[in-house]
Write a protein that binds this ligand. Structure first.
Ligand code: ASP
Length: 830
């Protein structure tokens, strides 16, 4: 339906009785031209004129003037023109600055002024009535909410300059002494920078005072910075949260709250909205979303009704209203205007914005709904009224995502050092509940529970398995099955994340990384080291040296026989002596070779070239052998080299003497069972059929088998490190066969997965998980000290055990000499 603007005729009579046509003026800023607010104003006038029971026999006509924002000169002019037309009331504008100009003009002329704008001015202007809840009361509402939510740190983000003035009260007198408030002005171009600062400062509670036009940019910045989890709480100052697109924030447990002024669910509002839906004279509608109206149009609609009701009361109860020629120049107030204002001030009606009562021109006794985004829908969770203050009706609304009243059933499995039975501190003391357990995972769970906000009780999995799929029955066992059957909310322990499990249950982000490795017993030392001086040369070298010794001795003997230079006259003075003597008898040849081998002289000197060559080459040979021996002796006698029969998984797979196995019903077992790598397949077929079984029920059993000897245990590196650090007889063989992580398991689709993942990441970044690791792996007193022998080889003196054999050889030599002495009379012939 199209309205024609009625041209108001200037009333020339100086003072007349109020005519049948009641003129009202409205000032809108240009941006509100044809807006839902303007339409709501027009619709209210139309509806009143249509209603035979309201303002009977009188018709409301309006004059609308548009003014540029912040142009007070033109606004004043327009108002003066309307005053000249003889308007009985002026509505608007909703601009803060222009509003106060109009306010003072109306105040001077005693013309009722009805507005619906946020005010920063706490003063009382007699002729003005504001439909918008006063900022003073709004700040009390915010403070009450902050108190209820127990905020200790909060940020206030405001956009326009007046935001600071309006909200400064929250900073100046915060609701609680310990509340730290950080206030920043923002604009779309710096949303991200400011939000990043807030994130860095670890402020999670944010009051957002931004216009609806920019809200999409603001939301984008939140998403980009991943500030959309349960830790964050955004309270929007806008009453129109229902008009915001919160699609991206559904299901991620971010807290979004706001006050609502217009409850479109009430019967009264619904019926008005229904009629309004058809009222769109210029193609646009007052209804922003089906069944919903924004706060500003609703307040505008109510303000027209408030005026009409006040006027009605004045006409019935008051003195006769006279209409006068008014002008801005004269500055003469409308005498009856103040009477009309008083009647309007005393109006008590229920409008679209709830109960309407005024006190000194301000909304008094109004009610606000508190809306909160819950999973996927905005719900009313409480109310704030200027009389009864805050009343939260949904007690659990603000603990969603951190519902501290919820107790989770946690299943686990005993595994050192992850979850262990706690030893009672005093004899006879009995431990109950969660107190029965201690360990890395127990501490981690406590940290996570504090962060996410839940209580828990720990129970042990009945079949004591982590969980493996039985390929024949297709059924799972252990913790995995319990989660699948919904018997637990989460499973905490050394639970490995793998493909098969991830397809039936959910895992959080990993809190620890690991891989499969081999635990083996360090081979015990050699039985005797008496003859370890022999070690530097291999036994065959010793034999070759012996053979070389005999060969060279005989060669020397034969060479000396053939060479004439080795034959000497024993009596050089007897020139004709036919008896010639050769110094290299068989004995002397051996003696010469022995002496030179041991780097000693023998009293014999070869004279012939051939024998000298033999001698020289032997000296060279001994030089190399002795220096090699000396060099190697030091290394051999000081470095205690550990020699293990296996070096890696391939070695294990290749042999049959050392048996090997894994934990049964766990991911290590399924790793070998499902592997496509040849070596692991071979190992699996060995383990599968080996009798007695090589699968153990727990790690303690596996480690005990390794300690007994001749058994290699394939286990996860985390547990292996723990065991190896505590038992110096055990060692890790080779590197890691794979790489994976431990996570906290939840049933598929559990809402706990994301908050727990976030908590894990945060604990990781803060270094808490590393601290817990150090506590349970390194700091306990039972860590054994391993000697790194390669590092301090110089500090090892050689003992009798190392070189005692030399003495044995010496004694044997002496004994032989004595025996030879006693059995041969001609010692010199030896
Ligand atoms: N942590 C492993 C699991 O989750 C146990 C293992 O198989 O070594 O099954």
């Amino acid at each position: 339906m199209r309205f024609m603007l009625l041209l108001l005729v200037y009333v020339t009579t100086p003072s007349t009785v109020l005519p049948r046509v009641i003129r009202v003026g409205a000032i809108f800023t240009e941006d509100l031209k044809d807006s839902p607010t303007e339409l709501a104003f027009k619709y209210a006038v139309y509806k009143i004129n249509q209603d035979p029971y309201i303002l009977t026999n009188r018709t409301l006509v309006y004059d609308i003037q548009y003014v540029p924002k912040d142009d007070s000169f033109r606004t004043t002019n327009k108002i003066c023109t309307q005053v000249g037309y003889g308007v009985q009331a002026i509505f608007g504008p909703n601009d803060l600055i222009l509003g106060s100009h109009v306010q003072s003009l109306c105040d001077a002329l005693d013309i009722p002024h009805l507005e619906a704008r946020i005010d920063i001015d706490h003063g009382y202007k007699e002729s003005s009535l504001n439909l918008h809840p006063s900022q003073e009361l709004m700040n009390i509402a915010y403070k009450d909410l902050m108190m209820f939510l127990n905020w200790t740190r909060a940020a206030i983000l405001y956009e326009d300059e007046y935001g600071l003035i309006r909200l400064q009260d929250l900073v100046r007198s915060p609701p609680a002494k310990n509340l730290e408030v950080y206030i920043r002005q923002t604009k779309p171009s710096n949303y991200r920078t400011v939000l990043r600062e807030i994130k860095k400062k670890e402020i999670f509670n944010i009051i957002v005072d931004t216009s609806l036009e920019n809200i999409a940019d603001f939301f984008r910045a939140i998403l980009q910075l991943q500030m959309n989890n349960h830790l964050y709480h955004y309270t929007f100052t806008s009453f129109d949260i229902e008009a915001m697109d919160l699609e991206d924030f559904k299901y991620n447990q971010v807290n979004i709250t706001a006050f609502r002024f217009v409850d479109a669910g009430t019967e009264r509002v619904k019926s008005v909205l229904k009629e309004m839906e058809n009222f769109h004279p210029i193609g646009s509608s007052i209804i922003t979303k089906p069944g919903m109206i924004s706060t500003e149009p609703a307040m505008m609609f109510d303000s027209v009704y408030v005026f009409t009701k006040g006027l009605e009361m004045a006409l019935v109860e008051g003195p006769e209203l006279q209409i006068r020629n008014l002008s801005c120049e004269d500055e003469l107030p409308w005498k009856e205007g103040s009477t009309l204002i008083n009647f309007i001030n005393s109006v008590q009606i229920d409008g679209l914005t709830g109960p309407i009562r005024f006190k000194e021109g301000k909304r008094h006794e109004f009610k606000l709904d508190i809306l909160k985004l819950k999973r996927d829908v905005l719900e009313k969770v409480g109310e704030w009224s200027s009389l009864t203050r805050l009343n939260i009706t949904d007690k659990y609304a603000f603990s969603e995502g951190r519902p501290s009243n919820i107790t989770l059933r946690v299943l686990s499995r005993i595994e050192e050092p992850f979850v262990m039975f706690k030893k009672p501190s005093a004899e006879g003391e009995v431990l109950y509940g969660n107190n029965r357990f201690e360990g890395f995972c127990v501490d981690l769970l406590e940290q996570i529970a504090n962060q996410v906000g839940f209580k828990y009780y720990i129970e042990l999995v009945p079949d004591n398995n982590y969980g493996a799929l039985n390929l024949t029955t297709g059924k799972w066992n252990g913790l995995v099955r319990e989660l699948m059957e919904g018997n637990a909310d989460i499973a905490v322990g050394a639970m490995t994340i793998n493909f098969a499990r991830e397809s039936v249950i959910d895992f959080t982000k990993p809190f620890m990384n690991l891989g499969i490795s081999i635990l083996f017993k360090i081979p015990s030392g050699k039985p005797t080291r008496l003859f370890s001086f022999m070690n530097p040369l291999a036994i065959e070298i010793w034999l070759y040296v012996l053979a070389a010794y005999v060969l060279v001795s005989l060669t020397l003997f034969v060479m000396a026989r053939f060479s004439p230079y080795e034959w000497n006259n024993p009596h050089p003075c007897v020139v004709d002596n036919d008896v010639m003597e050769n110094q290299f008898s068989i004995n002397n040849s051996f003696w010469f070779i022995t002496g030179t081998f041991l780097r000693q002289g023998s009293g014999l000197n070869p004279k012939a070239a051939s024998t000298r060559i033999v001698g020289a080459i032997w000296w060279f040979f001994t030089l190399i052998i002795i220096s090699s021996y000396t060099a190697n002796l030091a290394a051999f006698l000081t470095v205690d080299k550990m020699i293990t029969p296996i070096e890696n998984a391939e070695d294990l797979a290749r042999q049959k003497e050392i048996s090997y196995g894994t934990l049964s019903g766990g991911s290590t077992m399924t790793f070998f069972r499902d592997s496509k790598i040849k070596t692991y397949q071979k190992m699996w077929s060995y383990m599968e059929y080996k009798k007695p079984s090589v699968f153990v029920n727990n790690y303690v059993e596996g480690v005990a088998r390794v300690k007994k000897g001749n058994f290699a245990f394939l286990m996860e590196s985390t547990m292996l490190d723990y065991v190896v650090q505590r038992d110096c007889n055990l060692t890790q063989i080779g590197g890691l066969l794979d790489s994976k992580g431990y996570g906290i398991a939840t049933p598929k689709g559990s809402k706990w997965r994301d908050p727990i993942s976030l908590a894990i990441l945060e604990l990781q970044e803060k270094g808490t998980i590393q601290m817990l690791y150090n506590k349970w792996w390194k700091n306990t007193g039972d860590v054994c000290t391993r000697q790194d022998k390669s590092k301090d080889s110089k500090a090892h003196p050689l003992s009798v055990q190392n070189i005692g054999g030399v003495f044995v050889v010496l004694l044997c030599g002496l004994a032989l000499a004595i025996m030879v002495t006693s059995s041969f009379s001609d010692v010199t012939n030896l």
